[in-house]
Design a protein around this ligand. Structure first.
Ligand code: 4AD
Ligand code: MG
Length: 464
């Protein structure tokens, strides 16, 4: 073992108790100021949002002459004594007796003191996690993941691992990345199509666009399950809300209908935001100050207000009567665009809103048909700043309706035999949804671009 280091977080949590104690803290230099035999070094170790202030005196700190040559970005180990400063801005500082330079930062270290644009920081994904913004965002991301697992675990859900490599297209939209080991000159079969018999899996395979179908099978055994994993979509959407690789949370509940589904979504979201407010107060305050004034108020008010609900048909009417001029047409039968979604949640309802019962022709094959024959038991949760955060539905559990719908949509029925089996062998009414994890982080931080809530984003046109 190298040494016993104290994490800065622990000193912040109990500066009084640490008073006069000898500690070793390790971290990266955020700034250094030298004046008349004194050096003030601010270091951050990632254990908490706040840096520790190190004070080194020339006559008390070994190797002071090396220390004052240290630059921003260097990794250091500091041995010293904690000085409790209850009346100062920071509750403690560390008086250094020795500073060991673990790794200097070369002169072209890009994160010097001045603030950088998010666009610039995207070009240095290997370094940007060291900035305040990304310390906040990625810590919130981590805390949100844990909160999601905690919610489901506390509520008796089984965590199901659905496959990343799959043979079926859940959304039926064909926006899948192929997984193959065939060389580019892939052999053709007699119909001129690609012959996959000699490919790795012997059949066409893709990266999953959703764990839902396998999630349904697990729910029809465990009653309540959730998946939480990476998801891939090859849609060429060059927007601030679409990534080619993102994470999705997908619960699936048996013996449940669309209103159970919405109640679950609302309760999950409130729980996660509540946990973040408790566990990430410094990080959220930073986001509030630098990215969205009013963020904390918005998150706090979420906890105490009920989400709104309205049908798609009503939403079309409200948008039509709003007098707002939109870029895309508002017409029954057309999908809602982000501008419409945001207008509904930001201007009309001014809070999260579930839009339900969409026309069946703009939704996936598995959604349960309503009695009107025109709409399905679907729900999207729209939230301010983001638009669609969640998409879900009650599933079509009636075997004959499902077959008819798969055929109507021109999908190959033979490829859905297992899915159809799940309706023949103890099928029940069930429902579920998918929550876009990155969009949740955008919602929780006020960060406007999905590229800035993923450590190493993969989006149409770029691998960062
Ligand atoms: O609405 P979607 O496509 O729903 C499904 O995939 C269902 N099978 C889920 C289910 O019922 N189990 O996607 C769900 C959510 C969206 O609401 C959105 O938040 C997010 O996933 N999402 C994306 N996030 C980032 N980049 C993309 N390209 C996304 N596509 C969808
Ligand atoms: Mg959707």
């Amino acid at each position: 073992m190298k040494m016993l280091r104290t994490e800065i977080k622990h000193i912040y949590e109990n500066a009084g108790e640490f008073a006069e104690r000898a500690v070793t803290v390790c971290g990266w230099v955020k700034s250094i100021r030298v004046s008349k035999g004194l050096a003030f070094v601010s270091i951050s170790d990632g254990s908490c949002f706040l840096p520790a202030q190190i004070v080194a005196q020339e006559d008390k700190c070994a190797d002071f002459s090396s220390l004052i040559k240290v630059t921003t970005g260097a990794a250091v180990m500091v041995k010293g004594t904690v000085i409790h400063t209850p009346d100062a801005k920071q509750p403690f500082e560390i008086s250094a007796s020795e500073v060991i330079i673990e790794g200097n930062a070369a002169a072209d270290y890009p994160l010097q003191k001045k603030a950088h644009s998010l666009e610039f920081l995207r070009t240095i994904p290997h370094l940007r996690a060291r900035t305040n913004t990304f310390q906040a965002v990625f810590k919130i991301r981590s805390a949100a993941s844990f909160a999601i697992h905690r919610y489901f675990n506390d509520n008796g859900f089984v965590y199901a691992h659905t496959p990343i490599i799959t043979g079926s297209d859940c959304e039926g939209a064909g926006e899948m990345f192929k997984v193959t080991t065939l060389e580019s000159a892939a052999p053709k079969n007699k119909d001129g199509g690609i012959d996959y018999t000699n490919d790795f899996f012997g059949v066409p395979a893709s990266l999953t666009v959703s764990g839902q179908l396998e999630g349904e099978y697990m729910a029809l055994a465990f009653g309540k399950i959730y998946t939480f994993g990476p998801t891939f979509r090859a849609e060429k959407s060059y927007t601030a809300r679409h990534a080619a690789e993102f994470w999705m949370v997908e619960p699936e509940i048996a013996f449940a209908d669309l209103s159970d589904d919405m109640a679950l979504a609302e309760s999950l979201l409130k729980f996660v935001i509540g946990e973040l407010l408790r566990e990430c107060s410094h990080e959220l305050k930073f986001c509030n100050d630098f990215y969205e004034k009013g963020l904390l108020e918005r998150l706090n008010s979420l906890l105490s207000s009920d989400f709104a609900r309205c049908t798609y048909t009503e939403a079309i009417r409200l948008l039509g009567e709003s007098g707002e001029s939109f870029e895309y047409p508002v017409e029954w039968g057309l999908d809602l665009q982000t501008e419409h979604e945001r207008f509904l949640t930001e201007k009309i309802f001014r809070r999260p809103v579930f839009v339900t019962d969409y026309p069946k022709d703009i939704k996936a094959f598995y959604m349960r048909q309503n009695d009107d024959g025109k709409t399905v038991a679907a729900m999207d949760l729209l939230v301010p700043g983001v638009g669609e955060l969640i998409g879900g539905s009650q599933r079509e559990e009636r075997h004959d309706y499902l077959v008819k719908r798969i055929e109507e949509m021109g999908l190959p029925v033979s490829e859905y035999s297992r899915y159809l089996d799940s309706r023949r062998f103890g099928g029940v009414s069930h429902a579920g949804f998918g929550l876009g994890f990155e969009r949740l982080i955008m919602y929780a931080t006020g960060i406007a671009n999905i590229r800035d809530v993923i450590p190493f984003p993969r989006v149409a046109g770029g691998i960062y």
